[in-house]
Design a protein around this ligand. Structure first.
Ligand code: ZN
Ligand code: MN
Length: 468
């Protein structure tokens, strides 16, 4: 696995990650999870009206179980939901329905940079509403509440404090999201991840940075907080156990409150929701839904296709990409490595695009590899066709055909053109025979021009060499 650069650090980090599950409806009511106008995707349940009764969304439980299994957790086959009491405008009920006493999964792990990070628990809970702070002018310092978010299903993943640096924490999150992507259970888009980050320097009190949104922000918040704590220790000051916030604009953490304890929330079992019991049939169904995950894929790609670990990791980091690769590798694994892990990945990175934002699929890439194998397309044009595929969505085959870029397969066609060029440029050809590489390039250029680019330069060079 990757290098362990975290060994010397005395920092200890634990994460509580919240990820939105991509169900169509909310966790305890039928409201859609994709509301547009503020406060339109709401009902008496998610607004906490007196007498309203919640009903658990089975799909969310399925997804939660899949996450727990993918993180190697033990499953609690019987569990229930509890009320976590707090008073704040983002929760109309004055409590959040969550799992406290018995989570859906416990005691799992995820291997990150060669170290097994233990997962304390995986549980389901509802998201609170979003608060929009309007602070444009002195006169308009107020907040708006949008309850569309209230009741959206989240899975919370809690790690033991075993991450060894902010970078290590980011790697953990990267791998976590890759796995969730393989499971197809999380909702893409803005604020896909919210994390509470616990960080301490060994021997000192723990500080919690609340509600950090996004991967990069988690790493930045941890870097800023590590620096703050180390500076305090150097000055001989004591680190207080407290809850802090992260300000992305100033890239620093600030004090929110002295740490509250879990008892302060007064958890109580929710009497409106029935206890859940996962029977063996349900469990079997869920197990069948958990696919091969990135980690095992990397190992298999290395073994099966002789890939370098780096290439295998890049491919496995994205489910769609790995599927395109596997399909293409059935045809030719070397060409699959070249066109998927090098060319395609390179073009995506250069254009800051994700595979999901393009029309690229396995059929298109296979079409190109077939043409390359048949010697019908030059390297340059093959690459060009992938660029067009990524940016314009035209399949390589269509692009090459339409632009007349396929190499003619008339027997002796290339040889004939090379002969003509040599005939016309005898002195250059003589120089080439003396070993002048500029002359070689000139001759290849002339042939390519005559062939209107529909030749493979290496092929041309071979023909020239045969004439020497
Ligand atoms: Zn609702
Ligand atoms: Mn939570």
């Amino acid at each position: 696995m990757a290098q362990r650069t975290h060994q010397k650090s005395k920092v200890v980090i634990g994460l509580e990650c919240h990820v939105q599950l991509n169900t169509n409806s909310k966790l305890f009511c039928g409201c859609p999870t994709k509301g547009e106008e503020p406060n339109t995707a709401v009902c008496e349940v998610c607004l906490g009206m007196p007498g309203s009764k919640p009903v658990l969304n089975k799909k969310a439980v399925d997804f939660g179980l899949m996450v727990a299994l993918a993180l190697n957790c033990k499953i609690n086959e019987k569990f229930f939901f509890s009320r976590k009491s707090y008073f704040y405008p983002d929760l109309a009920k004055n409590y959040q329905t969550t799992q406290y006493e018995i989570p859906i999964g416990k005691e799992g792990y995820l291997e990150v940079d060669g170290k097994k990070i233990r997962i304390t628990r995986v549980h389901l809970e509802e998201d609170p509403a979003s608060l929009v702070h309007e602070s444009g002018t002195k006169e308009s310092n107020y907040s708006l509440v949008d309850y569309n978010r209230s009741g959206i299903p989240l899975v919370e993943i809690v790690t033991e404090p075993e991450l060894e640096s902010p970078e290590h924490a980011r790697h953990f999150l990267d791998l976590l999201l890759t796995n969730l992507n393989y499971l197809g259970v999380y909702s893409h888009g803005e604020g896909v991840l919210k994390a509470d980050c616990n960080i301490s320097i060994k021997g000192s009190s723990r500080v919690e940075i609340k509600n950090v949104t996004g991967f990069k922000a988690v790493e930045s918040a941890l870097i800023a907080e590590e620096k703050r704590q180390k500076e305090l220790i150097e000055k001989g000051e004591k680190i207080e156990m407290e809850t802090r916030g992260f300000d992305a604009k100033t890239n620093s953490t600030y004090l929110m409150r002295k740490k509250e304890t879990e008892e302060d929330y007064g958890f109580i079992a929710d009497p409106d929701l029935v206890k859940v019991e996962i029977d063996s049939g349900w469990m079997k169904e869920i197990k069948a839904k958990v696919p091969e995950l990135a980690d095992s894929k990397v190992k298999r790609f290395v073994k099966e296709f002789g890939l370098k670990e780096y290439d295998a990791k890049v491919l496995a980091s994205n489910k769609t990409l790995s599927e395109i690769f596997e399909e293409a590798a059935k045809l030719d694994s070397k060409l699959a490595v070249r066109f998927v892990s090098r060319e395609l990945m390179g073009i995506l990175n250069y254009n800051k695009l994700k595979i999901g934002e393009t029309k690229v699929n396995a059929i298109g890439i296979i079409g190109l590899i077939e043409l390359v194998k048949a010697g019908k397309v030059s390297d340059k044009n093959a690459k060009e066709s992938i660029i067009k595929y990524v940016l314009k969505g035209v399949s390589p085959k269509e692009f090459l055909e339409k632009n007349n870029l396929l190499i003619e397969s008339i027997p002796g066609g290339l040889e004939k053109i090379v002969d003509e060029v040599v005939e016309k440029n005898k002195s250059v050809f003589d120089d080439y025979k003396q070993g002048n590489s500029k002359s070689l390039n000139f001759l290849i250029g002339q042939v390519m021009r005559k062939m209107q680019g529909k030749a493979d330069a290496r092929q041309v060079q071979k023909v020239l060499e045969n004439l020497k």
